[in-house]
Design a protein around this ligand. Structure first.
Ligand SMILES: Cc1cc2nc3c(=O)[nH]c(=O)nc-3n(C[C@H](O)[C@H](O)[C@H](O)COP(=O)(O)OP(=O)(O)OC[C@H]3O[C@@H](n4cnc5c(N)ncnc54)[C@H](O)[C@@H]3O)c2cc1C
Ligand code: FES
Ligand code: FES
Length: 494
C-alpha cells in the first residue's frame, strides 16, 4: 500500500505531514506540533466550541458548491474531534490566520470583540472569533448582513461562561461597520488545485476512496475496517473512550455520497451529505422541521457530521431516525455491486446496531415527497408524528398516523398506523390501553431515571393528545424564510 503525506493549506502555504497517526486530532496537531496555540481545548468532545476552526475546500468537493465564498467552500468544525488525515487536500484556518502578518490591525471580527467588550477570561474567544469570521466572509461575499437571530444561530456552537452573549452578538453586528477585510482566496485555491484529489488517499491505517465504486470495493477487501464520516461520534470514541479504531475507511471524500436531489417525486439524501444540508433539504419540504434542524447539535457539528452517520450509528436518541421513519424513509445499502433498499423502520434490530445491514456502507435515504408532517419534539422522549394525508397521490383517511420515536426503546422505532387508537376516547391507561399496547409493541428501554412504563405512558400521552392542541403547522416558517432568503443571497452553510 502506498503511503502519501497528508497535504493541506495552513498559514499561507501547503504543509506536508508524514508521521501522524490516523487518529491524531487536528487540535493536538495544531497545539503540539504546529505550535499554533491560539486554538483552545475545552471539552475535547465537540460541545464547547473553544477549538472552532474553519475548513476551506474546493467547491466541487463540498456538498454545497453554489455556496462557495469566492471559489472556496468555508465551514466551521470542531478541531478536537477531527482527525488530521481528513484534512488532505483542504485548507485549515485558525485564529492565527485572521490578522495579516505584516499588519498591526486586527480583523473586523477581532476588533469588534474588543470594542464591544466581548471577551473576559478569553478562553472561548478564539472559537467565537472563528465562527464570526466564517459568518463575516459568507455575508461580506454577497453584500448581506445577518439578523441578530441569524448571528445567534451561527454562534450556537460556542459557549462562554463569563462574558455573556449580548456583547458577543453586538460584536457580530459591529464587525460589518468596520473597514472591510476579506480573505484572499486565490492563493488558497491555487494551492488546493495542486493537490491531487482524484485518486484514493492512502496511509497506513487510513483509506480515503474517492468514488462509491472504490468505497464498495475497499469495503469488501477490509470488512472489519471502521467507516468514518464526519467523526462527530467516532471522534469521541478516541478522545473520551481512548479506543483503538484499527483500519479506517474515510467516506468523506466520496462526492457521490454528498448529493441531495429531488428525483421522481422522491427526495434523495446521500449518506455523506452534511447534517446541515440534509436538515435544510428536509425543512424546505417540511417547514415544521426547521426548529429541529436549528436545535440539532450546533453549526460546527452539523457541518462535519452526516445524515448517514446519524442513521448508521443506531443510537436510540439520534434525532434524524424518528423523523425519517415517520416519513417512511427507505435506506439504500451497498455491498460490492449489490445494492439493497429497505425501510429504515426495519434497519435497527438492537441497541446501537444496524442489524443485518451492519457493516455495509449506507449510500443514502429516500423519502416520498408528498406528505404532510405534524411534529412534536421533546428533549428526552422524542416523538415525531406524521399525519399522512397524501402518499403517492392517494388520499388516506384523515387521522391515520405513523410516528417515529427516539429515546425510548433500544433503538429508534416506527409506530404503525394508529388512527382509531388516537381518538380521544382511546386514552385509557393500563395494559389494555394505548400505553400498554405501545409498551408491548416497543419494549421501552429501562433506564435508572425513567421506568419502562413511564416511557410508554409518556409516548401514549403524546400520541393521544387532541390534534386541536398541536402546535400550529409552519411554526418554523419564519426562520426558514430567513434562511431561504439568505441562501438565495449566496450564503451557504450556517
Ligand atoms: C457536541 C455534539 C452534539 C451532538 N448533538 C446531536 C443531536 O442534537 N442530535 C443527534 O441526533 N446527534 C447529535 N450528535 C451526534 C452526531 O453528531 C451524529 O450522530 C452524527 O450524525 C454522526 O455523523 P458523523 O458523520 O459524524 O458519523 P461518524 O462519527 O463518522 O460515524 C458514526 C457511525 O456511523 C458509521 N457510518 C458513518 N457513515 C456511514 C456510512 N455511509 N455507512 C455506514 N456506516 C456509516 C460509522 O462507522 C460510525 O459507526 C452530537 C454529537 C456531538 C459531538
Ligand atoms: S474543545 Fe470543546 S468543542 Fe472542541
Ligand atoms: S470569556 Fe471566559 S469563557 Fe468566554
Amino acid at each position: 500500500m502506498s503511503t502519501q503525506p497528508i497535504r493541506f493549506f495552513h498559514r499561507g502555504r501547503l504543509v506536508e505531514v508524514n508521521d501522524a497517526a490516523p487518529t491524531r486530532t487536528v487540535l493536538d496537531w495544531l497545539r503540539e506540533d504546529a505550535r499554533c496555540t491560539g486554538t483552545k481545548e475545552g471539552c475535547n468532545e465537540g460541545d464547547c466550541g473553544a477549538c472552532t476552526v474553519v475548513i476551506g475546500e474546493l467547491p466541487e468537493h463540498t456538498d454545497t458548491p453554489d455556496a462557495a465564498v469566492r471559489g472556496l467552500g468555508l465551514r466551521t468544525v470542531n478541531a478536537c474531534i477531527q482527525f488530521l488525515p481528513t484534512l488532505h487536500g483542504k485548507a485549515l484556518f485558525t485564529v492565527e490566520d485572521l490578522k495579516p502578518a505584516a499588519s498591526s490591525e486586527m480583523h473586523p471580527a477581532q476588533q469588534a470583540m474588543v470594542e464591544c467588550h466581548g471577551s473576559q477570561c478569553g478562553f472561548c474567544t478564539p472559537g467565537f472569533v472563528m465562527s464570526l469570521w466564517s459568518t463575516y466572509e459568507r455575508h461580506a461575499a454577497c453584500g448581506t448582513r445577518p439578523s441578530r437571530q441569524a448571528l445567534a444561530d451561527d454562534l450556537a456552537g460556542n459557549l462562554c461562561r463569563c462574558t455573556g452573549y449580548r456583547p458577543i452578538l453586538d460584536a457580530g453586528q459591529r464587525m460589518f461597520d468596520l473597514p472591510v477585510a476579506q480573505l484572499d482566496t486565490a492563493p488558497v485555491i491555487e494551492a488546493l488545485r495542486s493537490v491531487d484529489r482524484n485518486d484514493s488517499f492512502e496511509r497506513p491505517g487510513f483509506h480515503a476512496p474517492k468514488t462509491l465504486a472504490a468505497l464498495a470495493a475497499l469495503r469488501e477487501r477490509l470488512p472489519d475496517a471502521r467507516l468514518l464520516a464526519g467523526s462527530t461520534d467516532v471522534g469521541l470514541w478516541v478522545t473520551k473512550q481512548f479506543k483503538e479504531l484499527g483500519e479506517i475507511i474515510y467516506v468523506g471524500d466520496v462526492t457521490e455520497l454528498k448529493r441531495v436531489e429531488a428525483r421522481d417525486g422522491e427526495l434523495w439524501i446521500g449518506a455523506g451529505a452534511s447534517l446541515e444540508l440534509a436538515w435544510r433539504a428536509l425543512a424546505a419540504r417540511w417547514p415544521e422541521l426547521t426548529d429541529v434542524w436549528l436545535r440539532f447539535a450546533s453549526p460546527p457539528i452539523r457541518h462535519a457530521g452526516t445524515l448517514g452517520g446519524n442513521v448508521a450509528n443506531g443510537s436510540p436518541i439520534g434525532d434524524a431516525p424518528p423523523v425519517l421513519m415517520s416519513l417512511d424513509a427507505l435506506v439504500e445499502l451497498r455491498r460490492g455491486e449489490r445494492v439493497r433498499r429497505m425501510p429504515l423502520a426495519d434497519f435497527y434490530v438492537d441497541y446501537m446496531s444496524g442489524g443485518s445491514a451492519a457493516g455495509r456502507p449506507a449510500a443514502g435515504a429516500r423519502l416520498q415527497d408528498q406528505q404532510a408532517l405534524r411534529l412534536r419534539h421533546f428533549s428526552r422522549v422524542r416523538g415525531f408524528l406524521d399525519r399522512a394525508r397524501r402518499r403517492g397521490g392517494a388520499t388516506r383517511p384523515p387521522g391515520l398516523r405513523r410516528h417515529g420515536r427516539g429515546g425510548q426503546a433500544r433503538g429508534p422505532r416506527r409506530g404503525g398506523d394508529h388512527g382509531p387508537a388516537l381518538d380521544p376516547g382511546h386514552r385509557e391507561r393500563g395494559q389494555g390501553g394505548f400505553g400498554g399496547r405501545l409498551h408491548a409493541a416497543h419494549r421501552p428501554a429501562r433506564q435508572r431515571h425513567v421506568p419502562r412504563a413511564g416511557r410508554a405512558e409518556l409516548a401514549a400521552a403524546l400520541l393521544a393528545r387532541d390534534p386541536a392542541h398541536e402546535p400550529a403547522a409552519g411554526a418554523g416558517d419564519q426562520r426558514l424564510g430567513r434562511d431561504a432568503a439568505h441562501c438565495r443571497a449566496g450564503g451557504g452553510l450556517t
